[in-house]
Design a protein around this ligand. Structure first.
Ligand SMILES: Nc1nc2c(c(=O)[nH]1)N(C=O)[C@@H](CNc1ccc(C(=O)N[C@@H](CCC(=O)O)C(=O)O)cc1)CN2
Ligand SMILES: Nc1ncnc2c1ncn2[C@@H]1O[C@H](COP(=O)(O)OP(=O)(O)OP(=O)(O)O)[C@@H](O)[C@H]1O
Length: 204
């Protein structure tokens, strides 16, 4: 029988995703909240010392199971940082909307995520965004990323290649894994940084 490498690749990715999602789903609410607090402290510590005063960050609203970003979003706003969140658009594109604490959220019709209401902004926003924080299920030591499988960020990241933004992914500590733990494709772009509750890993 002829092997189909692309298909094997997808099957293997699916298996790794399922195993990480199951582990995340088994985490109790209190541990998730504690790790969310810790994550906020770790990321704020990084932003404060990395570039002096960071003014604009693009991040995301966590879904149940993902490391909790709610504390982080509010902590950044408290520090005077302007925060922007992704909005799913047709064709697996992303636009961006401003986050302010207490803003109304609505469920995307395109993906199982919550999104802020308000004006949608395009890639021009990234001319002065300092750091883009993105979700992942796992990141390997080369900075390569296993996402939820939509392909939204894989398509978005090349669009802002020329902007000076630093790209950071958030995972739990045990999801920062050795290279080879999950398959990677030609189009996968490494992130620059990995934020976990316990630490910041600089990839390059
Ligand atoms: N919090 C968060 N926001 C995000 C992403 C993300 O991964 N996390 N995205 C990253 O791209 C984009 C939305 N795309 C997504 C695509 C698939 C799934 C997902 O969980 N799919 C699963 C489970 C479906 C379900 O539970 O209903 C699946 O398809 O099996 C999530 C987001 C933009 N916003
Ligand atoms: N730059 C791209 N152009 C076209 N299709 C792409 C691109 N990147 C990824 N895809 C397709 O999107 C689908 C999901 O890709 P992949 O498994 O890499 O997503 P992911 O990184 O897990 O998702 P996300 O970025 O949404 O978190 C695959 O079918 C893949 O071939």
């Amino acid at each position: 029988m002829t092997e189909n490498p692309a298909k094997n690749h997808d099957t293997e990715k699916k298996a790794v995703r399922a195993s990480i999602r199951a582990a995340r789903a088994s985490m109790d609410t209190r541990t998730r909240a504690e790790l969310g607090d810790k994550l906020a402290g770790t990321v704020l510590g990084y932003l404060a010392q990395s570039t002096g005063i960071v003014r604009k960050v693009a991040a995301y609203t966590s879904s149940p199971g993902e490391p909790d970003t709610a504390k982080l979003l509010d902590a950044m706003v408290d520090e005077g940082i302007e925060v922007f969140l992704p909005v799913c658009e047709p064709g697996f594109a992303l636009s961006w909307a401003a986050y302010v604490p207490g803003i109304e959220f609505q469920r995307s019709t395109l993906a199982p995520v919550m999104e802020p209401v308000g004006p949608r902004l395009g890639t021009q926003l990234f001319d002065d965004i300092n750091t883009l924080i993105i979700p992942a299920l796992a990141i390997d030591e080369q900075g390569l990323r296993l996402g939820q499988g939509g392909g939204y960020y894989d398509r978005f990241l090349p669009l802002i290649e020329d902007s000076p933004v630093r790209v950071a992914a958030i995972v739990y500590d045990n999801e920062f894994v050795p290279a080879g733990t999950f398959p990677v494709a030609e189009h996968d772009q490494p992130v620059d940084l990995v934020f976990t509750p316990a630490q910041v890993h600089q990839i390059i």
